[in-house]
Design a binder for this molecule. Sequence first.
Ligand code: NAP
Length: 238
Amino acid sequence: MTPQRDVDALASHYAYPDAGALRSNMVASIDGAISLDGRSKPISGESDWFLFGLQRALADVIVVGAGTARAEGYGPGRTRPEFAHLRNAAGQPSAPTLAIVTASGKLDPAANCFTGTARTTVITCRAAPAVHVDPLRAVADVIVSGGETVDLRGAIDVLRERGLRRILTEGGPSLLGALTSHDLIDELVASISPSLIGGDAPRMVVGAPETLRRLELVGVLEDEGTLFIHYRRARGAT
Ligand SMILES: NC(=O)c1ccc[n+]([C@@H]2O[C@H](COP(=O)([O-])OP(=O)(O)OC[C@H]3O[C@@H](n4cnc5c(N)ncnc54)[C@H](OP(=O)(O)O)[C@@H]3O)[C@@H](O)[C@H]2O)c1
């Protein structure tokens, strides 16, 4: 990556395929920890934060698990000023939609994530108690997909039907586990931070059955010692 972080070159490097894709973006230490003291921020750095913003700017929708939205105190979908022209050029609204996946519906309607100009989406299932979900309808678009847990394939189809084809998921590991179980992840973008953490923080994907899933490399960049790796599902992989 160039020191001046050429936004347009990076945007074309990370452009989504024309048909869209579901791309995950996570940061991890060299030893695979995705959090320190329950937060990802200590592992991240300025260059990771920059590319995190770029990934958001390229997306139509950011899909995140409720655990992450709660742990990281998520705000609404936003675009940093240096990336605003990319959305203009792509004919996208000024900010991506934020979509939060929850089975419990336990989200605070007064939380910061429901305060943006772009209306946040809540993706839930029929088992979510109305006492939790009904108040959310006043502050969010609610998609109900599935019974006991969210039918993620069905929910992703609904997002695509709404024209949201460039789908970015920022995890966390439980949501990525569920997406991996249903083979829904097309691309993985990860920042490998120059840090060694130990401990027992989770890996990027938790709870998916152990299966070898082949990936192919799309690109590698480096900035300030952080490696930015980009893989996609291998062609012809089962
Ligand atoms: N390093 C990174 O890049 C990164 C990125 C994201 C998160 N993290 C870290 O990951 C940790 C959070 O982990 P987590 O596993 O709890 O996060 P998570 O995957 O974001 O959240 C799990 C929650 O999401 C909902 N969910 C996930 N899959 C679902 C499904 N198929 N159907 C219905 N609901 C579903 C459930 O919410 P309900 O409980 O509401 O039902 C579930 O409890 C935090 O420490 C955070 O800092 C790190």
